[in-house]
Design a binder for this molecule. Structure first.
Ligand code: BGC
Length: 263
């Protein structure tokens, strides 16, 4: 089955049709810079532009870098604050004329990794952490997603963890890999003290350079880089949106999608 995946980020909005049985994108992704300010109407226009680019008339899975419950955006750490309270599900559906499922970006990336990437077959407690502009998180227990965990905002040394250990923090504070890895280490140790995961998957753009920092990280849990890199959001959103067309009965080897979208 084919579903259009769209990944909305603070700097770019990317989309591609995905074969959700194989987890493969069917074409090159199409990317459009995120409008600034990233207000709802302007972002919805870009979503519609991507849909038109692919002449798409079917279901769409769409990520958003915020807490998303029943399609409504509840936080806006790295997008325009006017999103808070917006029904993204209704807005995108009305703008595109297609059935749409909206979910948190890190949850989507985690779903893709659990199904087609680094977490494939893992039955334990898995935490995927995306290190990018912010810190996103996705947590799975026996392959079931606990949606909207926002553990990138835990407070460490009096500061939001994403202000200290995101990839943006590395770049803005011009930290070398050692210094930044220390911060990531401290953050992951905090997560370990709270959640005792069996596996960490490290995602986000920086995970492509994992050989620069993963050897400097020491965790009790196994730790691996994400495998789908920049495509994880698109693939995971498309995979999650399969509930729009087929009922999903969770089994031990199928990842459950955020449950509250299409009640
Ligand atoms: C947001 C999360 C998001 C993450 C990555 C954080 O600032 O609160 O919802 O998943 O950034 O984009």
């Amino acid at each position: 089955m084919q579903i259009l995946g769209i990944d909305i980020g603070g700097t770019g909005i990317k989309g591609a049709p995905v074969d959700i049985d194989s987890g493969q994108m069917l074409t090159e992704r199409h990317r459009i810079p995120t409008p600034q300010p990233s207000v709802p109407e302007a972002v919805a226009d870009v979503v519609a532009e991507i849909v038109n680019f692919f002449h798409w008339r079917g279901p769409i899975g769409c990520t958003f870098p915020s807490v998303v419950k029943s399609g409504v955006i509840h936080t806006a750490a790295n997008v325009d604050k006017r999103w808070i309270g917006t029904d993204a599900h209704a807005l995108f559906q009305q703008r595109t004329g297609c059935p749409v499922m909206v979910l948190n970006d890190a949850d989507a990336a985690g779903i893709a990794e659990m199904e087609f990437g680094a977490g494939r077959g893992h039955m334990g407690l898995v935490i995927m952490v995306t290190l990018g502009t912010g810190i996103g998180s996705a947590m799975f227990v026996r392959r079931t997603l606990v949606p909207n965990t926002e553990i990138g905002h835990l407070v460490i040394r009096g500061k939001d963890a994403e202000e200290r250990a995101s990839d943006r923090a590395r770049k803005e504070k011009e930290l070398d890999w050692e210094k930044w890895a220390e911060r990531v280490n401290e953050y992951l140790h905090y997560l370990e003290a709270l959640f005792w995961p069996d596996l960490f998957i490290i995602g986000g753009g920086v995970s492509a350079k994992y050989n620069k920092f993963l050897p400097l990280i020491e965790t009790r849990a196994e730790i691996v880089p994400a495998q789908l890199l920049n495509d994880a959001g698109i693939i995971g959103a498309a995979f999650a949106a399969r509930v729009l067309v087929e009922p999903v009965h969770p089994t031990p080897d199928s990842v459950m999608t955020p449950p509250d979208q299409n009640e």
